[in-house]
Design a protein around this ligand. Sequence first.
Ligand SMILES: C[S@@+](CC[C@H](N)C(=O)[O-])C[C@H]1O[C@@H](n2cnc3c(N)ncnc32)[C@H](O)[C@@H]1O
Length: 340
Amino acid sequence: MSYDQEVMKHERGPMNRTLTIEDRERDLLGSRLQTVNTPEGLEHLKNKVIFGDLFKCVDLLPDHFVDLLIIDPPYNLDKIYNGNSFRKMQPNEYTAWVESWMVKLVRTVKPSGSIYVCCDWQSSFAIYEALSKYFIVKNRITWEREKGRGSRTNWKNCSEDIWYAVASKEATFHPDRVMTKRKVLAPYRHANGAPKDWNETEAGNYRLTHPSNLWTDITVPFWSMPENTDHPAQKPEKLIAKLILASSNPSDLVFDPFLGSGTTAVVAKKLGRMYCGIEIDHEYCLLAEKRLELASRSSAIQGYDGETFWERNSLGEQRRLSRGSAVGRDAAKHTQESLL
Ligand SMILES: C[S@@+](CC[C@H](N)C(=O)[O-])C[C@H]1O[C@@H](n2cnc3c(N)ncnc32)[C@H](O)[C@@H]1O
């Protein structure tokens, strides 16, 4: 960690909710981690964070144990993960690197399994090339990543991709579980006065819209959100929740071989799925365990009310509509706290 990062770490404002590991938590959280040095059966992998290198671990995992594979690898960028540098490669080198782990993961996926792989525009073609060798590529989701630096010489990077593939036509897909709730700006009515494709409630007018492959309702974790950590590439829980709800069923196993701060495992747990993940950095493994512990106390996911996803900047509506439902109350409280 650089001097500036070290100083910043100790100078967080009072409203900063970034999760960190305290020294007194280390032993307990560390004792929950799994290491894999010999072939492992499923019983030792369910709901486990594996501390290790996926290149050494994956061959020791069982065949076909994964219902949903979510992969968020280092993108082809210079990036430091808690002191470990990932160096930008030539495009063909990066493609070969992607291929080197993709080929190992294929065996772990069930014939009915689904696969999502996150990337940015520079890594997207490499992911497609490797993914399409082994799976049926169905789509590419693009999501608006509204956090990012502007540039004087280029368009600001404001989006990321997620490739969606399946192992066979039997894969699970539930679009009805990932509907988005949007405020109605043009409240058209039928001749009899009834709302046309939207709902009129005391809390406001909204419409449920079908999920598309363009997501503009995602907020990247930032310091005032309770899910935020210092991981430099942490994915939003809301984003991962959409993947898990659409492409798995309760009790299915969700596997993430580049687990980072644990987002996939945490969301899987909150949504009643089993999880397994691999992460090479011990500090990130501890963060994942801490978040998993917190997930056993609250299953709230910011922006999701237990039934539908809310568009951004809809806190007022979420609070008003949450009065009736326990899940909604929990979600609204979570959102409210994060915005204080
Ligand atoms: C893009 S990040 C994943 C972030 C994660 N989705 C989250 O929400 O926190 C990629 C992660 O892969 C880890 N990683 C890199 N090489 C690895 C390897 N060979 N085995 C396991 N993990 C690795 C890095 O330490 C980093 O935390």
